[in-house]
Ligand binder design. Structure first.
Ligand code: UD1
Length: 364
């Protein structure tokens, strides 16, 4: 029986942990899964609602760390997590993705000689100004089992000198959650409440510091988005960081006078209900690039690089950067049906990654 501490901290972690914990609980003669929530995200809309929507059991430990600078947040998680590891003596600690909670917990375990499994290992944007890129590189370098979503990630890890026997291509567990919940999301009233049934609309998410923390960059993005919203409504569930900057930079009126509709962050099922019916998605999120590829929805990524190149090579994703002209051109091509992008679902994005993750843990 393997005792596993499963770590969650921020919004993009919850849909990755849910299928893994469900599978471990199903195989209860092989696994004893515990959940540790670091509290990196804490708003009802950024955290609790995901436990409800995804049916994740209540955390066994809650570190209640909250928002701070990167150093303080990472350090606080480490200090709070270490005694739990010492007390529980798990066989494995399982971390997902690339948030500060991921590196903080992995680092605690590496120092204590506790084995770490990293789900979604090997993704690289090659942009070290991104905090997530630093988290990815460091977490991979100290993990004992590297579970990857695509074969380009395996190649990245090998190039960094990580031995082949630690790397296991298991597929995309976030897509397990997507397929598992797609039917249920149809019961959500999100689209109906926004009066979007039977009409074209776009969905926008924007929260990367590189896009929303600098007034000039954010302003140019807004120019493009306002133009696009003249063709179809743009629904924009706003991350707390972005909401604060819209106020701070004095953009609220510009947005209010456009066809961009700001709404509160949505829960998992409501957001799926919304984006699954969109004509077009514009985003700087990592996960949404993958979810749109899995559903065949055109996606424009408002970044200069992506750690998820398979969504471009096989999927619906187009990297458009932050230049307003380029964004508008790409959006209008999609809306005029002159975009030639065809889509395939990448290998092993089949809804069964959690099973393979559990098998890999037993196999080591
Ligand atoms: C974090 C992750 C990012 C991920 C994103 C998803 C890191 C380095 N970044 O970024 O990879 O894409 O989560 O959302 O781990 N805030 C609230 N309520 C909350 C959480 C945050 O109001 O529940 C506000 C706070 O003002 C906080 C700010 O949002 O300072 C940023 O939160 P933080 O967790 O530091 O980073 P994110 O931008 O959310």
């Amino acid at each position: 029986m393997l005792k596993i501490l499963n770590i969650v901290g921020a919004r993009p972690n919850f849909m990755k942990i849910a299928p893994i914990v469900r599978e471990m609980r199903r195989r209860d003669s092989e696994f004893l899964p515990l959940i540790v929530h670091t509290g990196q995200h804490y708003d009802e809309a950024m955290s609790d609602s995901f436990f409800v929507d995804l049916g994740i059991p209540a955390p066994d430990y809650h570190l209640e760390v909250g928002s701070h600078s990167h150093a303080v947040q990472t350090a606080k998680i480490m200090i709070a997590f270490e005694p739990i590891v010492l007390e529980e003596k798990p066989d494995w600690v399982l971390v997902v993705g690339d948030v500060n909670s991921t590196i903080a917990c992995a680092l605690v375990c590496a120092k204590l000689g506790i084995k770490v499994a990293h789900v979604e290992a090997g993704l690289r944007s090659r942009d070290r100004t991104m905090p997530e890129e630093i988290n990815r590189i460091l977490t991979d370098s100290i993990s004992d089992l590297l579970l990857t979503t695509s074969e380009d990630a395996d190649e990245n890890l090998k190039q960094e000198g990580i031995s082949n026997d630690k790397i296991k291509f298991v597929g995309n567990v976030m897509i397990d959650s997507l397929f598992y919940n797609l039917e249920k999301s149809k019961e959500s009233k999100a689209r109906e409440n926004l009066e979007l049934n039977d009409q074209d609309y776009a969905v926008l998410t924007l929260h990367r510091p590189s896009n929303v923390d600098e007034k000039g960059v954010f302003s140019e993005l807004l120019d493009a988005l306002v133009s696009i919203s003249e063709k179809l409504p743009v629904i924009f569930p706003v991350h707390p960081r972005t909401r604060a900057n819209i106020e701070k930079f004095g953009f609220a009126e510009r947005v209010a006078n456009s066809n961009i509709k700001l709404i509160e962050p949505l829960g998992y099922l409501d957001f799926m209900n919304l984006y699954s019916g969109a004509r077009l998605v514009l985003t700087d999120s990592g996960g949404l690039q993958e979810e749109t590829t899995a559903l065949g929805i055109p996606c424009l990524t408002l970044r200069e690089n992506t750690e998820r190149p398979i969504t471009i090579a096989l999927g619906t994703n187009i990297l458009v950067g932050t230049n307003p002209e380029k964004i508008k051109h790409a959006a209008f091509s999609v809306l005029n049906n002159s975009s030639t992008k065809t889509a395939k679902i990448p290998p092993l994005w089949d809804g069964r990654a959690a099973e393979r993750i559990c098998d890999a843990l037993l196999d080591v």
